[in-house]
Write a protein that binds this ligand. Structure first.
Ligand SMILES: Cc1ncc(COP(=O)(O)O)c(C=O)c1O
Length: 425
């Protein structure tokens, strides 16, 4: 009887919801607690997806829920873009306290793509230049501005042209580069320099994910971000860093870009900063974010519930030092996955930082041929065994659990993954 409920929901969903939704598994959300999710038939799953890297503080976090309840009793919507309100200001103060001091001016929105749209507009407004540069693969969202840069899967762009003027350059992908990490980094840096030169001083901004997310959880060589920073300084291009997925303590620091000793000119954040509610933030220096009233605004940005939840989430993650936990548990997971890589032929590469980990599935180690089908099969088998995971890139398993994950829970999840991989190979 109960099991019927999940299939009834799926059945109605397939009839009335947009065919563009793409579900990797049959999971139907019924609720969540900590690192566990429940389907609407009461099935329990260990969650290595965190609602697409959103639930960093864990599902149904009591401190976040209480903050939402408290705000709910006062009101939900203040139309912050047009009226002053305390909750969004307090949220923004908390966010700024976690960022480099050069980032001191905030624009609030409701999603990752909106945080990127704001950065696009700001980079153009501030520089009065035409072109944007982005990487391939990269993902910055699906509204027309951010989609003009997104270049991860062909289906995301097909049929939507014309786009904004954007030039794409290769993201450094060490596993798929024929040469050393340094050569890999230099090849991409040379491509960036060439484009900057070709566009003759008419580049507003370059958009960069410190770890390529949807593109395949690709960790660039260590010196790459510094190289980009240097080129931006040299050519007067704004460095727009997209931490929508990699940010918020996930990699062991609040921002992933901090691992590389680089500061952005414009920063895009969303997903986990809202503690489970829709919230986006674009942050820059006051001298860059110097546009006049009404040049950019919205209706829901600074939503009271989202900001109350976000403030509680940031405070919780800071207080519990989830950055440290992400670093520690992530390290153990990478270690265990590297051992698995040696034993399992279809595991081509294992990479990541903190709890942002990618496992690249191939036909064989020797051929390195990407195996989309084996990745899909692995995801399904994991789901059947009670582990929820997402995909990224063409053939990569994406491991982005809530940052409250313990080492014991992590190893249990990896036991399931290893079993699934063995059955698939
Ligand atoms: C790096 C990055 N930027 C932007 C976005 C777009 O965010 P949203 O789906 O909230 O619009 C995403 C979404 O996955 C992302 O990973």
């Amino acid at each position: 009887m109960k099991r019927d409920r999940c299939s009834i929901v799926r059945g109605i969903d397939r009839q009335i919801m947009s065919s563009s939704y793409d579900r990797d598994t049959d999971f139907v959300y019924g609720g969540g607690k900590g690192v566990y999710l429940f389907d609407c038939s009461g099935g329990k799953f260990l969650d290595f997806a965190a609602g697409i890297a959103v639930m960093n503080a864990g599902h149904s976090n009591p401190e976040i829920m209480n903050a939402i309840r408290k705000q709910l009793s006062l009101g939900t919507h203040a139309a912050f873009p047009d009226f002053y309100a305390e909750t969004p200001v307090l949220f923004s103060q908390t966010l700024l306290s976690l960022l480099p001091s050069s980032l001191n001016s905030v624009f609030l929105s409701n999603s990752g793509t909106e945080s990127v749209e704001c950065a696009i507009k700001l980079s153009k407004w501030h520089s009065r230049k035409k072109w944007l540069v982005a990487f391939s693969p990269c993902f910055h969202g699906r509204t027309m501005g951010s989609l003009s840069m997104t270049n991860s899967k062909p289906v995301q762009r097909e049929g939507f042209a014309p786009f904004l003027p954007v030039k794409h350059v290769p993201y450094p992908y060490p596993y798929r580069f024929n040469g050393s990490e340094e050569e890999c980094s230099n090849a991409s840096l040379n491509a960036v320099e060439k484009v900057f030169k070709k566009l003759g001083g008419n580049v507003a901004g370059i958009f960069f994910e410190p770890i390529s997310g949807e593109g395949g959880y690709i960790v660039p060589p260590k010196n790459f971000a510094r190289g980009i920073r240097k080129l931006c300084n040299e050519f007067g291009v704004l460095l727009c860093v997209d931490e929508v997925q990699s940010g918020c303590f996930r990699t062991g620091k609040f921002l992933a870009i901090s691992h590389f000793g680089v500061e952005p000119d414009i920063l895009c954040m969303s997903k986990s900063i809202g503690g489970g509610l829709p919230l986006g933030a674009t942050v820059a220096n006051k001298k860059t974010m110097d546009w006049p009233p009404s040049s950019h605004s919205n209706t829901f940005g600074g939503n009271l519930l989202a900001c109350a939840a976000g403030k509680a989430a940031l405070e919780f993650m800071g207080k519990k030092n989830l950055a440290k936990n992400a670093e520690r548990v992530g390290k153990s997971m990478l270690q265990r996955l590297s051992e698995m890589q040696e034993r399992v032929e279809i595991v081509g590469d294992v990479r990541g930082m903190g709890l942002m980990i990618g496992v690249e599935i191939v036909e064989s180690k020797k051929s390195k041929k990407p195996s989309h089908d084996k990745r899909e099969e692995t995801l399904k088998k994991c789901f059947e065994k009670g582990l929820l995971m997402l995909a990224c890139g063409k053939n990569v398993l994406r491991l982005c659990p809530p940052l409250v994950l313990t080492e014991e829970q992590a190893m249990k999840g990896l036991d399931v993954l290893e079993q699934a991989l063995k059955e698939v190979r």
